[in-house]
Design a protein around this ligand. Structure first.
Ligand code: CAA
Length: 680
């Protein structure tokens, strides 16, 4: 018996080095007359998370080519048994599929998540998995990137056996026994009986317009299955190569690494440790506070919501409990888990209840005096090591920190509504925020399943500050000739989940109005279009009142309103602007360039650590398509010299004052660099 171990911590990714080892080891074992069977397993608690994703960006992915290694495993003249524990993903699962027998333990999880990276399973996955589990199930798993557990894998024929206890020992025992499994080559199994039907069904389900072609190419690759395994693999390889260099693939891989990169805080000393957080107080049981409570309960934390108003307190408790019960009813969690989550929630009328919590998140009304009251009281009540966080989205965090004796314990935790759904958490670093407090906030973000991104203190922080420039352009486009549905449609087709004007209707036009009134005093030289103010003057505050820039006859669906179109046309006339036809390309260009320029300014000022931080904020909090990678990724795609040229051209035009190029953009473009360069 010979044992081959995948050992490249932390996740045994199958980079070129490991593939070389695997090939040499299988050849040696096959040639060794003393070896009767081979066990293949991962070191540590996982089998393998698949190919080394970092290799995809390289021109040369390194030798040996993964499919060749797997063909060699499958061709081995001695039984090869895969012993699977923990994650078995992508190229890891493809490696297991090339083995002759698969044993898993209960911790095993299987997926071919390549679609989430804009590619397809390129190491025989599209050819082997359907032969084992049928084309319909395999297509669903590959086009959706769905994960299955050991029980499902057994039921679907992906694994041959599930054992309790030490799976490697069980595999070794089996390999050494006379009853070792025979050689069964997955690639030699018959073409799945449901192939034609499943392919047709999957094609019919494809969306008409998609930013990533990966799902369609996965189906094409499965459709290429014939009794000639090698011929199908050749099609798979060709399609894999085609996908690897697409914009969507590069963007999705940028997002994968970006979401991990943003958790690294530059300059943070290695010995800085996050504080433990188990019990959290939330001040304010409104929409935001309740959403935060649900997110925390779902992460297994113990939560106390403080809400002074009796009716609001009861409503908050009810909403949180209902959300948990809904998850149980939908089968996402067991009844026992639901009960323990509900039991972990308590409500209180006063801040005194927070004497023993590890973290407090304040989510009261956006008013500095209200925050002062809360923070000065908390300062008296909580333990000296309790971290005090504010969910403010508009106020100066340093001013809030000044309300407590030790401002180093204060940090911003800017959740996005609905807080239990949105993945973004802007972690606001105040001037005095302690390094361990920042580290705790980032660890907390991960714990509650959020992508935490650090922002320095500035008006609007990273996300909303950029959004303001984006909106400014959307409004100018209206006064120059576009109509709301035209702007929104162009942006949605391009890749925003929701166009800018619909977003404002959803958020509430009155909120934007209040900000614009403030800006008119603070920044009189940076005026907005008067159009949204006119909309607000009509009391059209958006979806919540059934009318905003759009009308909402059923309360949800935005329908163009001729009254608003007339208002816009009349406004253009009033300010003496001759309306013109504005193409979608110009709409996308101006809205995107506004995001890029402000993003660059924010990175240049040190408010964001890296351009990738800006991108992760837009992907996770603002509905920017993952397949587009984020504004700064897009700037690199366009080329910084071209971006700068376009911005300079806009600066020479109408409202050119809004287009002063960001110094960082000018600097990088002059050096022929990309935003990816400072992404260390
Ligand atoms: N390649 C390279 N690095 C990887 C990786 C991979 N496949 N999977 C994880 N990593 C790295 C992460 O970047 C991270 O690195 P840092 O610590 O330097 O940031 C480290 O491993 C740990 O990962 P996580 O922080 O994500 O740890 P986790 O415990 O939360 O999650 C995981 C572990 C479930 C394996 C998750 O990392 C994951 O989903 N990985 C990607 C799996 C995947 O998509 N595999 C398919 C690859 S494509 C393929 O295989 C193509 C093919 O057909 C040939």
């Amino acid at each position: 018996m010979s044992e081959i171990i995948l050992d490249t911590p932390p996740v045994n990714a199958l980079g070129a080095g490991l593939r070389r080892h695997l090939l040499a080891a299988i050849e040696a074992a096959d040639a060794d007359p003393a070896v009767e069977a081979i066990v293949l397993r991962g070191a540590g608690s996982v089998f393998s998370a698949g190919a080394d994703i970092a290799e995809f960006a390289a021109d040369d992915m390194g030798e040996p080519w993964h499919p060749l290694v797997l063909d060699r495993i499958e061709a081995c003249s001695k039984p090869v048994i895969a012993a699977i524990t923990g994650v078995c993903l992508g190229g890891g699962l493809e490696t297991a599929l090339a083995c002759h027998y698969r044993i898993a333990d209960a911790s095993a999880r299987f997926a071919l998540p390549e679609v989430t990276l804009g590619i397809l399973p390129g190491a025989g996955g599209t050819q082997r998995l359907p032969r084992l589990m049928g084309a319909r199930e395999a297509l669903a798993m590959m086009t959706g990137g769905r994960m299955i557990d050991a029980g499902q894998a057994l039921a679907l024929g992906v694994v041959d056996e599930v054992v309790d206890g030490d799976v490697a020992a069980a595999a070794r025992e089996l390999a050494a026994s006379a009853g070792r499994p025979p050689i069964r080559r997955t690639g030699a199994l018959p073409v799945p009986a449901d192939l034609a039907e499943a392919v047709a069904e999957a094609r019919a389900r494809l969306p008409v317009a998609a930013l990533s072609t990966a799902p369609a190419r996965i189906i094409d690759s499965v459709a290429a299955i014939t009794p000639d395994f090698a011929a199908g693999c050749a099609v798979e390889t060709a399609l894999f190569s085609e996908l690897r260099t697409t914009e969507a693939a590069r963007a999705l891989q940028h997002a994968f690494f970006g979401e991990r990169k943003v958790s690294r805080i530059p300059g943070l000393a290695r010995d800085v440790k996050a504080r433990p957080v188990a019990k959290v107080g939330i001040v304010g049981g409104g929409l935001m506070g309740t959403g935060i409570a649900i997110a925390l309960l779902n992460a297994g934390l113990s939560v106390i919501v403080v809400e002074t108003r009796d009716d609001a307190r009861e409503k908050s408790r009810e909403t949180a409990a209902k959300a948990v019960e809904r998850d149980a009813a939908k089968g996402r969690i067991t009844q026992t888990v639901a009960e323990s989550r509900i039991a972990a929630l308590s409500m209180a009328a006063g801040l005194e209840a927070l004497g023993d919590v590890d973290l407090v998140i304040e989510a009261v009304f956006e008013d500095l005096a209200a925050k002062e009251q809360v923070f000065t009281a908390l300062d008296r009540i909580v333990r000296p090591d309790t971290i005090l966080a504010s969910n403010t989205s508009t106020l100066d965090l340093d001013a809030i920190a000044a309300f407590v004796a030790d401002p180093s314990r204060v940090v911003g935790l800017h959740f996005f509504s609905p807080a239990n759904i949105m993945r973004l958490l802007e972690v606001v670093r105040g001037a005095a925020t302690g390094p361990d407090v920042l580290a705790t906030a980032m660890a907390f973000a991960k714990r509650v399943g959020k992508v935490g991104v650090v922002s320095g203190v500035c008006d609007g922080f990273i996300g909303n500050r950029m959004f303001e420039e984006y909106l400014r352009q959307a409004y100018f486009l209206l006064e120059e000739g576009a109509l709301p549905q035209g702007v929104d449609r162009a942006m949605e087709r391009w890749g925003m989940a929701m166009g800018p004007l619909r977003v404002l209707d959803l958020a509430g036009q009155d909120i934007g109005w209040a900000i614009r009134k403030r800006r008119a005093v603070e920044q009189p030289d940076r005026p907005y279009s008067g159009i949204p103010d006119r909309v607000c003057e009509l009391g059209r505050f958006g979806q919540k009142v059934g009318r905003g820039i759009y009308q909402y006859p059923d309360g949800r669906t935005a329908v163009a309103d001729p009254l608003i179109d007339d208002l816009i046309v009349a406004y253009s006339q009033e300010i003496g602007v001759e309306r013109r036809l504005i193409e979608d390309a110009e709409i996308v260009d101006r809205c995107l360039l506004a995001l890029i320029n402000e993003g660059a300014r924010i990175v240049g000022e040190g408010i964001a650590y890296r351009p990738v931080d800006v991108d992760m904020i837009y992907l996770n909090g603002y509905g920017f398509a993952r397949e587009r990678g984020g504004p700064m990724f897009q700037a690199d795609e366009i080329g910084l010299a071209t971006v700068l040229e376009k911005i300079r051209a806009l600066a020479a035009g109408r409202n050119g004052w809004a287009w002063e190029p960001a110094p960082l953009l000018v600097e990088l473009a002059a050096q022929g660099k990309r935003f990816a360069d400072p992404n260390v």
